[in-house]
Design a protein around this ligand. Structure first.
Ligand code: B3K
Ligand code: ZN
Length: 875
C-alpha cells in the first residue's frame, strides 16, 4: 500500500462545476449514471491537456461518453482504483454509467443497505465506491440527484438540498429529483431510500426564514425522535447566538440508520445518524444517551458552517473541521448543561484515551504529515486534541476576540476548501496576535510534560515558579521544539483563599510558557502559597509538581477552580492507588490511606456541592486512566488495587452512601434536564458503592431495578447487580438480565446496552459468559454497534478478562479483527487499538499481545486500514 504525503499536495488538473446523478435502485443491481461538467484548472501550468483521472472502485463500468461521444475501452485506462480519460477541450462533459450492488456492501462505506433501506456514507472516500469521480474535498460542485425506485419498498427517497420534481415511470417505479444549490465536495453527498416515518417541526431563523425540520426513522422508532428534534432546534439557536451562523437551506433532515460505522455524518441538509445517537425515550435511553444525542445532533448541525460552507482542502486538514466542531459542540453542551462537569468529562477522556494514543505507535500531529488509509485518522488526536488546540486559541484571544476571528474566517473562506493555516491566520488577523510558535501544536505530535518547581523568599515577599517543558519523542519526530503553552494558575494562601496576583485583583493568571525553561515571579506574597496549576485544564499537557497527599487533600476542598478541585482529588486517588497497585503486584497486604476516605466524606457531607460535580469527585480514576499513568502497566494489579479501594470506601462510608442515596429518592417524572441528571448520577454513584457491601444491600439494588420508571435508574441497578461481588447477588443478577432481555429484545438500542453491561463485567466467570454471547441472537457481526457493545467494550473496559494471563482475551479480539478485516475494514482497524499498546505492558502481556499482532499481519489480503495500524504497531 502507498503512503500519501501532505508535502505532495497539488491542486487537481480539472474542476467539476456541476454533477448530475441518477440512481436506479434495484434489488440485484443499482445503476448509477453521472453527468459531470469539467473545466481545466487554469491555476496550474499545463503543456498540453492532461488526461482526466477519476477515482473509482468496486463497480462495473458500463459506458463512458465525453461530450456525447462514446469512449471505447481501448481509449480509456481502467485500473482497480482509477479511470483515465483522454481530454481534448478545456471544458467538457463526461457521462459515466456504472453498476453497483449495495446489498453486498458490508463495509458500510459508499451506498449500502441497512434493514432494507438504502443509505450512504461518503466521508472520507466512499463516493468513489458509488461512481467514478474526482473524489477529493477541494473539488466542489453543485449536485442534482434523481432517485428511481419501487414506491412500495422505498416510498421515501431523499438526497441533499430541495426536492424539485417527482413523477412515475411507465414501469411503475417512482422518481424524485433533489437539487443542492450549494457547491460541495463529494464526501458530503447523501442518498436515502426506504420505508420510513418522520416527525416534522419548524424553526424560524434569526432573519425570519422558516426552515422545515424532519427526522426519519423506521416506523417502530417514531416515538423516539423528540429529544433529537429538541436538540436540533437548540443547536440552531445556539449557533445563531454564539457564532452568528444562520441555517441556509429551506429544509434540514436527519435519518436514523442501524448499521453505521461511526456516530453520525454531516451531509449537506441530510445528516445520517447511527440510530444509537439519535433515538431516545425515557424508558429505553439513559441520561448518558440523552446527553450524547444532544451533543452529536449539535456537532453535525454545527458542521454546516465549520465543515460544509468552509471545508477542507485535503484530508490532512481534517482537524480544521473536526477540532473546531468538537470545540463548538463542547461549548454548546457546557451551555446547555453543567459547564464544570463537561470540562471534567472532556479532560478526563482526553487524558485517558488521547494521551495513550499520543504515547503509542500511531501518534500523529493534529495535522498529520502522511497516511496510508485516511479512515485511520479519524482519531482522538484529530478530534479531541484538535478541539483543545482551538480552545487554547479561544483562551489566548478571549471570547470576543475568538468571535471576531471566526467571523473573519467564515467571511473570507465561505465556499472554499482551505487549510488549518487559514483558520489560524484569521484568528491572528482579527486580533493582532502572533501565533507563530503556537502553530507547532499543528505539526508536532506527543503530549508535552511540564515540570514545575517553586521557591518562596520570605524576606522579599516573592514567590517564583519555574516551569520546564519537555515533549517525548513520537514516531518520526525525535526532536521537538518548545510549544507555546498557556498555563492558567492560581495561588492559595494557608487558609485556602485565592491570593490576588495583580493590582486588578485577578486570582487566576495565564502564564505564557514558550521556552524550554522559564521562571515567573510573583511579588507581594505575604506567606508561602500553594500553587493551583493548569486551572480548567488550560492546555492538553501533563503537569508534574511534587504535591504531598496533605496538600492535595487541601486543594481538593479549597481550590476556587472547580476543575482543579476535582483534579486534586483525582491526583490524591491516583497516588494512593499506584502505591496499592505496586503492593498488589508484590502480593503484599493492602491498607487504604485514610486521607482518601476523608476526602470522600467531605464531599458526601457537603450538601452545597453541585450533585453533578459531587458524582465526579466520588468516582475513582478509571483503570484506563491509571494504566495511562503507569510506567509499565500491570493491569491485574491496577484492577485489584482499585477494587480494594472501592470496597474500603464503601465500608468506611456506608452510612453516608445510604444517607445521600435516600435523600435523592424522587418520584418526579423523568426529564433529561441538567439538574435531574445530576441528581440521578449522584444517587447511582452511591448505589454502586452500596452494591459492594454484600448481602445487606442487595434488596436495595433489586428494588431499584424493579421499581425504576426510567432507563437511567433501571440500567444503573442492573449494572450494580451484574457487578456485585457477593455470592447471593448472582442469581438475582441472572434473573434481572433475563427479565431485561425479555422486556426489550425487540429494541435494538436497549440490546446494545444489554450486551455492554455483560461485556464489562469483571467478576470471575464473566469471560465464558461473554464468549457465549457471541452466539446470542442479540449479537450480529455485521452491525458495528453490536461489535462495539460486546467486543469493543470487553477489550477497552474489561481489563481483568481482556488481559488474563493465558492470552485468550487477546486471541478473541484478534479473531474479530481478522474476520472484520474482510467484512468491514474500518471497524476491524478501530477494534485493534488496545493491542497496539503492547509495548507499555509488563510480561506476560507484552509478548502475547505482540504475538496476536504478528498473527494478524500474516493474514492474506489485509485491508489498507488494518495493514497500516498493524505495521506501525510492530515497528
Ligand atoms: N465527519 C464524520 C466522520 C466521518 C468518518 C469517516 N470514516 C462525522 C463527524 O465527525 O461529524
Ligand atoms: Zn465532525
Amino acid at each position: 500500500p502507498k503512503t500519501i504525503y501532505l508535502k505532495d499536495y497539488q491542486e487537481p488538473d480539472y474542476w467539476i462545476d456541476n454533477t448530475e446523478l441518477s440512481f436506479d435502485l434495484g434489488e440485484e443491481i443499482t445503476v448509477v449514471q453521472s453527468k459531470l461538467s469539467l473545466r481545466l484548472n487554469e491555476n496550474k501550468t499545463h503543456n498540453n491537456l492532461p488526461p482526466l483521472v477519476l477515482d473509482g472502485t468496486d463497480q462495473v463500468l458500463k459506458q463512458v461518453l465525453v461530450d456525447g461521444k462514446t469512449i471505447e475501452p481501448g481509449q480509456y485506462k481502467l485500473t482497480d482504483e482509477t479511470l483515465a480519460l483522454p481530454v481534448t477541450q478545456k471544458t467538457f462533459i463526461v457521462e459515466v454509467t456504472t453498476e453497483i450492488k449495495p446489498q453486498e456492501n458490508t463495509s458500510l462505506e459508499g451506498l449500502y443497505k441497512s434493514n432494507g433501506m438504502f443509505c450512504t456514507q461518503c466521508e472520507a472516500e466512499g463516493f468513489r465506491k458509488i461512481t467514478y469521480y474526482l473524489d477529493r474535498p477541494d473539488v466542489m460542485a453543485k449536485f442534482k440527484t434523481t432517485i428511481i425506485a419501487d414506491p412500495k419498498q422505498y416510498p421515501v427517497m431523499l438526497s441533499n438540498g430541495n426536492d424539485i420534481a417527482k413523477g412515475e415511470r411507465e414501469d411503475g417505479k417512482q422518481w424524485v429529483t433533489w437539487e443542492d444549490p450549494f457547491k460541495k465536495p463529494s464526501y458530503l453527498f447523501a442518498l436515502v431510500a426506504g420505508d420510513l416515518s418522520n416527525i416534522t417541526d419548524k424553526y424560524t431563523t434569526c432573519s425570519g426564514r422558516e426552515i422545515t425540520l424532519k427526522i426519519f426513522t423506521e416506523h417502530k422508532n417514531i416515538d423516539k425522535c423528540d429529544h433529537a428534534m429538541t436538540s436540533l432546534k437548540k443547536s440552531m439557536k445556539w449557533d445563531e447566538d454564539v457564532y452568528g451562523r444562520e441555517y441556509d437551506l429551506d429544509i434540514f433532515m436527519i435519518v436514523a440508520v442501524d448499521h453505521f460505522n461511526m456516530g453520525a455524518m454531516e451531509n449537506k441538509g441530510l445528516n445520517i445518524f447511527n440510530s444509537s445517537c439519535v433515538l431516545a425515550k425515557p424508558d429505553t435511553a439513559t441520561d448518558n444517551a440523552y446527553q450524547r444525542i444532544e451533543a452529536i445532533v449539535g456537532h453535525e448541525y454545527f458542521h454546516n458552517w465549520s465543515g460544509n460552507r468552509v471545508t477542507c482542502r485535503d484530508w490532512f486538514q481534517l482537524s480544521l473541521k473536526e477540532g473546531f466542531t468538537v470545540f463548538r459542540d463542547a461549548e454548546f453542551s457546557a451551555d446547555m448543561n453543567s459547564r464544570p462537569v463537561k470540562r471534567i468529562e472532556d479532560a478526563n477522556f482526553l487524558r485517558t484515551a488521547q494521551f495513550a494514543e499520543d504515547a503509542g505507535p500511531t501518534a500523529h500531529p493534529i495535522r498529520p504529515d502522511s497516511y496510508i488509509e485516511i479512515s485511520n485518522f479519524y482519531t482522538l488526536t484529530v478530534y479531541e486534541k484538535g478541539a483543545e488546540v482551538v480552545r487554547m486559541i479561544h483562551n489566548i484571544v478571549g471570547k470576543e476576540g475568538f468571535r471576531k476571528g471566526s467571523d473573519l474566517y467564515f467571511e473570507r473562506h465561505d465556499g472554499q476548501a482551505v487549510t488549518t493555516e487559514e483558520f489560524v491566520k484569521a484568528m491572528e488577523d482579527a486580533n493582532q496576535v502572533d501565533l507563530i510558535q503556537f502553530r507547532r501544536w499543528y505539526s508536532q505530535a506527543g503530549t508535552p510534560v511540564i515540570t514545575v518547581t517553586d521557591q518562596y523568599d520570605n524576606n522579599n515577599q516573592q514567590y517564583q515558579l519555574t516551569v520546564k517543558q519537555h515533549c517525548p519523542a513520537t514516531p518520526g519526530q525525535t526532536d521537538k521544539k518548545p510549544f507555546h503553552i498557556p498555563v492558567a494558575i492560581g495561588l492559595l494562601d494557608p487558609e485556602g483563599h485565592d491570593i490576588a496576583l495583580n493590582n486588578a485583583g485577578d486570582t487566576t493568571q495565564v502564564l505564557d510558557v514558550t521556552e524550554q525553561q522559564q521562571t515567573f515571579t510573583f511579588k507581594n506574597i505575604a506567606q508561602q502559597p500553594l500553587p493551583s496549576l493548569l486551572r480548567g485544564f488550560s492546555a492538553p499537557v501533563k503537569v508534574k509538581y511534587p504535591y504531598s497527599r496533605d496538600q492535595l487533600l487541601f486543594l481538593a476542598s479549597h481550590d476556587s477552580d472547580g476543575f482543579n478541585r476535582w483534579e486534586a482529588g483525582q491526583q490524591l486517588a491516583v497516588d494512593i492507588l499506584e502505591e496499592l497497585a505496586e503492593k498488589a503486584r508484590k502480593n503484599q497486604s493492602l491498607t487504604l490511606d485514610d486521607r482518601l476516605i476523608q476526602a470522600y466524606r467531605a464531599v458526601l457531607q457537603d450538601e452545597q456541592l453541585d450533585p453533578a460535580v459531587a458524582a465526579k469527585m466520588l468516582a475513582l480514576p478509571s483503570e484506563g486512566y491509571l494504566a495511562e499513568q503507569a510506567e509499565t502497566i500491570y493491569p491485574l494489579a491496577i484492577h485489584q488495587a482499585r477494587e480494594f479501594a472501592k470496597q474500603q470506601l464503601a465500608e468506611a462510608l456506608s452510612e453516608d452512601w445510604l444517607a445521600v442515596y435516600q435523600r435523592l429518592q424522587s418520584d418526579k417524572a423523568y426529564q433529561p434536564t441538567a439538574a435531574d441528571i445530576a441528581e440521578r448520577s449522584l444517587k447511582n454513584t452511591c448505589l454502586s458503592y452500596l452494591s459492594q457491601l454484600g448481602e445487606q444491600q442487595l434488596a436495595l439494588l433489586e428494588k431499584q431495578y424493579q421499581t425504576a420508571t426510567n432507563m437511567t435508574d433501571k440500567y444503573a441497578a442492573l449494572s450494580c447487580l451484574v457487578n456485585a461481588p457477593a455470592e447471593p447477588a448472582k442469581p438475582i443478577a441472572k434473573t434481572a438480565l433475563a427479565d431485561f432481555y425479555q422486556r426489550w429484545q425487540e429494541d435494538v438500542q436497549v440490546m446494545e446496552q444489554w450486551l455492554a453491561v455483560q461485556a464489562n463485567c469483571s467478576l470471575p466467570g464473566a469471560f465464558e459468559h461473554i464468549l457465549s454471547l457471541q452466539e446470542h441472537e442479540a449479537f450480529d457481526i455485521t452491525n458495528p454497534n453490536k461489535i462495539r457493545s460486546l467486543i469493543g467494550q470487553f477489550a477497552m473496559n474489561n481489563a481483568v478478562h481482556f488481559h488474563q494471563e493465558t492470552g485468550v482475551g487477546y486471541k478473541l479480539l484478534a479473531d474479530y479483527v481478522i474476520k472484520l478485516n474482510i467484512v468491514n475494514p474500518q471497524i476491524a482497524s478501530r477494534l485493534l487499538t488496545p493491542l497496539t499498546r503492547w509495548k507499555r505492558y509488563g510480561e506476560p502481556h507484552q509478548a502475547q499481545m505482540k504475538a496476536e499482532l504478528v498473527r494478524i499481519r500474516k493474514q492474506p489480503e489485509l485491508s489498507k486500514d488494518v495493514y497500516e495500524i498493524v505495521e506501525k504497531s510492530l515497528k
